[in-house]
Design a protein around this ligand. Structure first.
Ligand code: COA
Length: 347
């Protein structure tokens, strides 16, 4: 029998390869916004904010300086490429996780590809709120393992400050969020020990009203959630509801991922977690008996930076020498959607 001829353009048979992190980078905007600054703008106090969230400062974009989601993403990706010793043209695909795209069309990732000089490679935006970067890591891994792509930039960038109100009417959300971007370059490698060990991606759209940004008034909103004109394009959040959801879900999804991998929490070298609230992170540390060194917290300096939060932590930890080749690292996030997920790697 003659062999079946190859179909031109067919998807390649998945090769036996691993996936590695080749470089990481991050960028913060220029405008610091401390709790003392917020005290001048709204009825709040440093003590209230620190006690409830652990946040002392954050950075927000300065539009007068031309800063935006795109410029932050560009800076972070350039730094990641430099660290990887790669040219923009070495990339095959860019995945940009963001919920604050410059416009709804075009995808901000396309402009990012053009701005860094990556040519006409594929570029997609992923919208999964604070889970965007973790979801995108899992997606990029699968695309590389399939043999379709060899080098993918995964970027998380958000400027939620544009959806916040910096006066007393917006104090329950304005204190939480900061702007930032982080990027990682994933590449195929012959070292099959490197790559994803286990992952989880979940959503519960029935709870969407716990965290949302109304775009117009002509939609169906559940009773009690109908926005007034001043709520348009402003973050609406059920703080207590999200807090309760996060404390439980955060630990459960870590446990589920450890179980899937057949590992114990003590086998993990570093937990790189979405920074939503220092109390939520401390609760996870306590549940798994982790030391401060193993579950990183930087929310005091940068606030909750949405999809940028996980790659920003990754970059800081890598630069500090606290994450290195050979480590087992679990990325964890949750957020609007509601969404939650993990990505456990052997680096
Ligand atoms: N400064 C001072 N007082 C404030 C305030 C602020 N910035 N924001 C709200 N308050 C007031 C409220 O008006 C309320 O006053 P009242 O009792 O007179 O009505 C009181 O503080 C308590 O508000 P509440 O919302 O119940 O506070 P809380 O203890 O739940 O803390 C959060 C609020 C937002 C810090 C907390 O719920 C939280 O962190 N939730 C999770 C949010 C999150 O992580 N979101 C992102 C997910 S990715």
């Amino acid at each position: 029998m003659s062999p079946t001829p190859a179909i031109p353009g067919a998807v390649p048979t998945p090769p036996n390869l691993g996936v590695r992190f080749a470089g990481v980078g991050s960028a913060l905007p220029s405008k610091p916004l401390t709790n003392a600054d917020l005290e001048q703008l709204m009825d709040t106090s440093d003590e209230w904010i620190v006690q409830r969230t652990g946040i002392r400062s954050r950075y927000i974009v300065d539009h007068e300086r031309g800063e935006s989601c795109l410029t932050l993403a560009t800076a972070a990706l350039r730094r990641a490429l430099d660290e990887a010793h790669l040219a923009p043209t070495d990339l095959d695909l860019i995945i940009l996780a963001t919920m604050t795209a410059e416009m709804s069309c075009p995808p901000t990732s396309c402009r990012l590809a053009a701005d860094i000089g990556a040519g006409t490679i594929g570029a997609i935006d992923v919208t999964a709120a604070c889970c965007g970067f973790v979801y995108s890591l899992n997606t990029a891994y699968a695309l590389i393992r399939s043999g379709l792509y060899r080098s993918i930039a995964v970027v998380g960038a958000d400027t939620l400050s544009q959806y916040l109100t910096y006066d007393s009417s917006g104090r329950s959300t304005a204190i939480l969020f900061g702007d930032a971007a982080g990027a990682a370059i994933l590449r195929a490698t012959d070292d099959t020990n490197k790559g994803l060990i286990a992952q989880a991606m979940h959503s519960d759209g029935a709870r969407w009203v716990d965290l949302y940004i109304p775009e117009d008034l002509d939609r169906d909103f559940p009773e009690g959630h109908e926005p007034s004109p001043e709520h348009l394009k402003r973050v609406q959040m059920n703080g207590r509801g999200v807090f309760k959801f996060a404390v439980g879900t955060f630990s459960d999804v870590i446990q589920q991922t450890l179980h899937q991998a057949g590992l114990a929490a003590t086998d993990i070298d570093m937990f790189v977690c979405h920074q939503s609230n220092a109390r939520i992170l401390s609760a996870a540390r306590d549940r798994f008996g982790l030391s401060e060194e193993k579950l990183y917290i930087n929310i005091d300096r940068v606030g909750n930076t949405v999809a940028a939060s996980v790659p920003l932590c990754l970059d800081e930890l890598t630069k500090a020498g606290r994450i290195k080749e050979g480590d087992k690292v679990m990325f964890v996030a949750f957020g609007g959607g509601l969404t939650w997920g993990t990505s456990l790697w052997q680096l």
